[in-house]
Design a protein around this ligand. Structure first.
Ligand code: SAH
Ligand code: SF4
Ligand code: F3S
Length: 440
């Protein structure tokens, strides 16, 4: 039988990176990836649990696939669910979606060869580690998607337990991979032809704090990867404000290949809300951090995440969020309405805001974010900026795409042979979501 797998990935880069691991393992088991879900006999949904809406999306995919399975028995379709919803909901998923064949958690990817064999023999399987699980730091078998940039996970899980967030429940405690293993993998990625390496973690700047080795820091990894000839750019995300220090900022400023770009979610501009969120910094401390970054790197790109309508958030608290966006002028932010999540303390507090109010605040937040993006984009006009050309622009007359070191997208006219190279462009126009430029 022809084994074809289709995988749908929801959620953050961690999940996207896990999908590459899953495909790498399944390839060894004889599965070929297809981009056409209708052609697949193994359908996998890699789920995200961060908000109610992301969880709902997973079940709506499953519903469609369940029908297809029932209508096409000759295809012997198998359906699998993994990722953060799977980790949280476990075998209860079988009750809600009885056509699912396999459920595996975020710590169980390495067991796939064994699990998939059982599924092929028509067994229903659920594998979720119930205990705190420390992984073996074994080498990962990753089938990276083709392109210019490669994700390299360096730390999994999270130890912060913010009062609204499911991640520590779905990903477990913080576990850093060993530095040598990461550096070896970076070398292999470079040999495969990737030009940019993006180091990944939920709190990527906490890297190494759970290891005995004091030299294992994000700064050390950046310095080592910066030495690899074939790599021309390096990024890292997501940073936690409380783990970011001057040493790391100086390292980023001092290394030629490491982009001046920081994604540091702030979540709220109000000290009262930050405390209730269990975020261990104040508005003033966050501002100090931003100012320190800007002192070393005036052309830096800084992006963030904010939540609107956290339980107990007053108008004044919310205005503090709007005003910090004015003050910092972020290059981009993700805005989200607070969504109560299972297993998290804030979900059961009595002072929840009405859905309508949260929606209204999100609307205002998103407008404020748009303003900031426009201001920072306008500032680029007339400047000559280095971009990494990363592909073809399917829409519009400017046929090529690239990214500035500060992570802004630039469209320009150029030749496909430029893909994977660094070029200079002069920015001619700032549209709301991108920049337009000309090669100089
Ligand atoms: N590790 C990162 C964030 C990971 S989750 C950090 O600590 O900053 C990505 C984003 O989802 C968060 O920054 C937050 O803004 C949002 N988020 C998390 N839980 C949420 C919830 N319950 N409701 C709404 N947004 C949420
Ligand atoms: Fe979630 Fe907080 Fe951990 Fe980020 S730091 S993943 S928001 S618990
Ligand atoms: Fe979602 Fe899990 Fe990432 S909850 S945001 S996929 S870590």
């Amino acid at each position: 039988m022809n084994k074809k797998v289709y995988i749908e990935t929801l959620g953050c880069q961690m999940n996207k990176s896990d999908t590459e691991r899953i495909l790498g393992i399944l390839e060894l088991e004889g599965y070929e990836e297809t981009k056409d879900s209708k052609a697949a006999n193994l359908l996998i949904i890699n789920t995200c649990s961060i908000r109610g809406a992301s969880e709902d999306k997973a079940y709506s995919h499953l519903g469609v696939w369940g029908k297809r399975k029932r209508k096409n028995p000759e295809m012997n379709i198998k359906i699998a669910m993994c990722g953060c919803v799977a980790q949280q909901t476990k075998e209860q998923i079988f009750r809600r979606a009885p056509y699912v064949d396999l459920i595996f958690g975020t710590h169980n990817i390495d067991e796939l060869p064994k699990l998939i064999k059982k599924v092929e023999e028509d067994e229903k399987v659920c594998s979720i580690h119930k205990t705190q699980y420390k992984d073996e730091n074994g080498g990962f078998m990753i089938k990276r998607k083709e392109g210019i940039s490669a994700w390299l996970p360096i730390i999994e899980g999270c130890d912060y337990f913010c009062t609204y967030c499911v991640v520590p429940h779905t990903r477990g405690r913080q576990r850093s991979r060993l530095p040598q293993e990461i550096i070896n993998e970076a070398r292999e990625i470079a040999k495969e032809g990737f030009k940019e390496i993006i180091l990944l973690g939920q709190t990527v700047d906490s890297y190494g704090k759970d290891l005995d080795d004091e030299t294992a820091t994000l700064s050390y990894l950046l310095k080592e990867i910066n030495k690899i000839d074939e790599v021309i750019r390096i990024r890292f995300l997501t940073s936690h404000p409380a783990d970011m220090d001057e040493e790391l900022i100086k390292t980023v400023a001092g290394l030629d290949k490491v982009c001046e770009y920081f994604h540091i979610p702030m979540q709220s501009g109000s000290d009262a809300i930050l405390e209730k969120m269990r975020r261990p910094y104040t508005r003033a401390e966050f501002l100090d951090l931003v100012n320190m970054i800007k002192k070393y790197m005036p052309e830096v790109g800084i992006t963030s995440d904010f939540i609107a309508g956290f339980p107990g958030e007053t108008e004044e608290d919310f205005n503090d969020t709007l005003s910090i966006i004015d003050e910092v002028v972020f290059d981009y932010c993700n805005g989200a309405a607070y969504s109560p999540r299972r297993q998290t303390p804030a979900a059961v507090w009595k002072n929840q805001l009405p859905t309508e109010e949260k929606k209204q605040r999100l609307y205002i937040l998103n407008d404020k974010i748009k303003e900031a993006i426009q201001i920072t984009n306008d500032r680029c006009v007339g400047k000559t900026m280095e971009i990494l050309v990363d592909g073809v622009n399917e829409k519009g007359e400017l046929n090529m795409n690239g990214r500035t070191r500060s992570n802004k997208i630039v469209h320009f006219i150029g030749d496909k042979s430029l893909i994977g190279t660094l070029i200079n462009v002069k920015i001619t126009e700032a549209a709301p979501w991108c920049l337009k430029g000309e090669i100089v």
